[in-house]
Design a protein around this ligand. Structure first.
Ligand SMILES: Cc1cc2nc3c(=O)[nH]c(=O)nc-3n(C[C@H](O)[C@H](O)[C@H](O)COP(=O)(O)OP(=O)(O)OC[C@H]3O[C@@H](n4cnc5c(N)ncnc54)[C@H](O)[C@@H]3O)c2cc1C
Ligand code: FES
Length: 334
């Protein structure tokens, strides 16, 4: 039996070995952030290892910088327990917890995106920063022999502490999204862990550019609702939402109503694959629309959320027009 010594002895767990730190911690209800299910792809399960554990793998050398490796950062999913191990957990885990929630509502937002509301357990409330995400666990079902979890951004406002809303897009053959879309029903229990993440609104007086695609609308909605709740009305906000066709648009009425009520908010949906986009909607790829909108960036900061491809393309457009990378924040949904 090996010891897992956490944060200088603050916590101690045991392991019989032959498992990763990520798995050993999860057995003890300490759930590291992860979007790839422990496959060494997302780089989110970072911990510091001071002594013990298996040797650094090639995957870790690709995912971590030389500086991070020198500072003892490792991937929790690639660090195997081979002996007693002393580790430090990232600060963002403080305040995150595991909740057994109940599904209160499920609605079709588009043909492949469902809105799901989870009610917090009786007597529990949740604190999070608008823009953060939770991990939703799908239990073992069908061909999946093990439970798996993935990251989903919270779509509701932090002021709503008794429930959490999500927009979940179906990925063909995806483990968690197939579970949510085809097996989860109102009244079911589900395990959620979090909150995690550093995608949140920075304090400044800059104009805000939000760019989202698909389910990337979730954290933007949470931030906008939070700004309304906190009466942050001194910053101009342009929210660009990119979709292929009209069938991919959702919450249009909601954002139209919000922009009517709040003059600082401007909602700009854009369709890339539609010849007749209709009124109040832009035509073209979201990157081209953003490019057309801004001759230059003077006092702006940008928040991007969606597929890695969309984020990469947006980064190019924004930086080419002079927006400093330090003023661009993003969550890649991969
Ligand atoms: C910080 C963060 C926040 C996120 N928030 C949301 C959110 O609010 N809503 C949401 O729907 N998703 C969100 N995601 C994506 C989510 O975590 C999962 O990656 C996604 O739902 C697929 O999970 P799965 O288990 O169904 O698919 P998996 O079983 O993991 O994957 C099945 C196959 O699909 C591929 N694949 C995985 N993800 C995608 C994808 N997004 N698009 C296309 N192919 C993919 C995989 O490479 C694999 O081949 C977020 C991701 C991150 C990192
Ligand atoms: S869980 Fe994704 S890299 Fe470790």
């Amino acid at each position: 039996m090996y010891k897992i010594i956490v944060n200088n002895g603050e916590q101690e767990y045991t392991s019989e070995g032959d498992e990763s730190v990520l798995a050993a911690l999860a057995r003890n209800d300490v759930v590291l952030p992860s979007a790839c299910g422990g496959r060494g792809r997302c780089g989110m399960c970072r911990i510091r290892v001071f002594s013990g554990g298996s040797a650094v793998t090639e995957l870790e050398e690709k995912k971590l910088t030389t500086e991070q490796l020198e500072n003892k950062w490792r991937l929790g999913c690639q660090t195997m327990i081979t002996d007693d191990i002393s580790i430090e957990l990232p600060g963002q885990l403080i305040g995150s917890a595991q909740y057994e929630c109940t599904v209160e509502d499920i609605e079709d937002l588009t043909y492949d995106i469902k809105g799901v509301r989870f009610r917090m357990p009786e007597g529990k409330s949740i604190e999070f920063k608008a823009g953060q995400y939770m991990q939703i666990t799908a239990p073992a079902y069908g061909k999946n022999k093990k439970s798996v979890y993935r990251a989903y951004s919270i779509a509701s406002s932090p002021s709503e502490k008794d429930h959490l809303d999500f927009c979940i897009r179906k990925v063909p053959d995806g483990m968690v999204t197939t579970y949510v879309h085809e097996h989860l029903n109102v009244g079911d229990k589900a395990t959620l862990t979090g909150p995690y993440g550093d995608f949140y609104l920075r304090e400044s007086n800059r104009e805000i550019i939000f760019i989202a695609g698909g389910s990337g609308l979730s954290p933007v909605q949470s931030i906008v609702l939070d700004m309304i709740d906190k009466k942050i009305n001194n910053r101009k906000v342009n929210f660009f939402f990119g979709a292929c066709t009209k069938e991919d648009l959702y919450y249009v009425e909601k954002f139209r109503a919000l922009e009517k009520e709040h003059s600082w908010l401007h909602y700009i949906p854009a369709l890339s694959n539609e010849t007749d986009v209709g009124e109040n909607c832009e035509e073209g790829l979201i990157t081209d629309v953003v490019d057309r909108y801004y001759p230059e960036f003077t006092n702006h900061e940008a928040y991007l959320c969606g597929s890695p491809g969309m984020i990469g393309a947006c980064l190019k457009v924004l930086t080419a027009k002079g927006l400093d990378e330090s003023l661009i924040f993003y969550d890649k949904f991969s």
